[in-house]
Design a protein around this ligand. Structure first.
Ligand code: G3P
Length: 217
């Protein structure tokens, strides 16, 4: 399972990259706004910076919602760097645009996916990645992991080439359960990635080893 970080924060991207386990980055308009990145030029420059930091797929999301505009915006985003993957919302014009991008050699990440039916359409249109939002499903009182399990099964049975990119991660346990359920990629905030490191018995064990090491020094 590949690890992407879900942020536009440069320090957090650097920290995950320095850990040596980072395969890519996803962003969205909300994450850009959180970092105070305003205006098309600033957004494009920010993507360039991220592409220079991380050698891996970088998802850049379109704001447009009509076919022609999605295609034009997606072409501009894809021209920023070879590793840019155009992130397109799961709407009717989005599916049409994903098919256009597929036919024209531009890779896409279909975002805002909340059901198996939506994921099947995105896979048929040729999306490179499909992003089910498991945390937001949980927030609504359902179980986002059931969708990851369902998609793993469907994609295996049907031989779809799209990668399941589990998004809207809320905890280290989400990451573990995504690995178990067969997600191809998980995109996560830094704190959930770092949460995987933690175990109190590791801390207790290390403290004891260091204490005992002093006895034989
Ligand atoms: O980037 C898409 C997704 O990961 C958003 O997550 O936490 O806003 O539901 P969240």
């Amino acid at each position: 399972m590949k690890f992407f970080i879900d942020t536009a924060n440069i320090d957090q991207i650097k920290e995950a990259h320095d850990l040596g386990i980072l395969d890519g980055v996803t962003t969205n308009p909300s994450l850009m706004a959180k970092e105070g990145i305003k205006g098309k030029e600033a957004v494009f420059n920010h993507y360039k910076t991220i592409c220079q930091l991380v050698e891996g797929d970088i998802s850049a999301e379109v704001i447009a919602t009509t076919f022609n505009e999605i295609v034009e915006e997606g072409k501009s985003l894809a021209a920023i760097h070879k590793n840019i993957v155009v992130k397109v919302p799961m709407i009717k014009d989005g599916v049409k645009a994903i098919k256009w991008f597929t036919d024209n050699g531009i890779r896409t990440n279909c975002t805002l996916v909340f059901s198996a039916g939506q994921a099947i359409l995105a896979a048929k249109a040729g999306a490179a990645y499909i992003s089910p939002f498991i945390g937001r499903i949980d927030d609504g009182g359902w179980d986002g992991m059931l969708l990851i399990e369902q998609l793993s099964l469907i994609f295996q049975v049907q031989g779809y080439k799209s990668e399941i990119l589990a998004a809207s991660i809320r905890s280290p346990n989400h990451i573990i359960r995504c690995a178990e359920a067969g997600a191809d990629v998980v995109t996560s905030p830094l704190d959930s990635i770092l949460g995987l490191l933690k175990h109190p018995l590791t801390d207790i064990g290390l403290a004891k080893f260091l204490e005992d090491a002093k006895k034989s020094a």
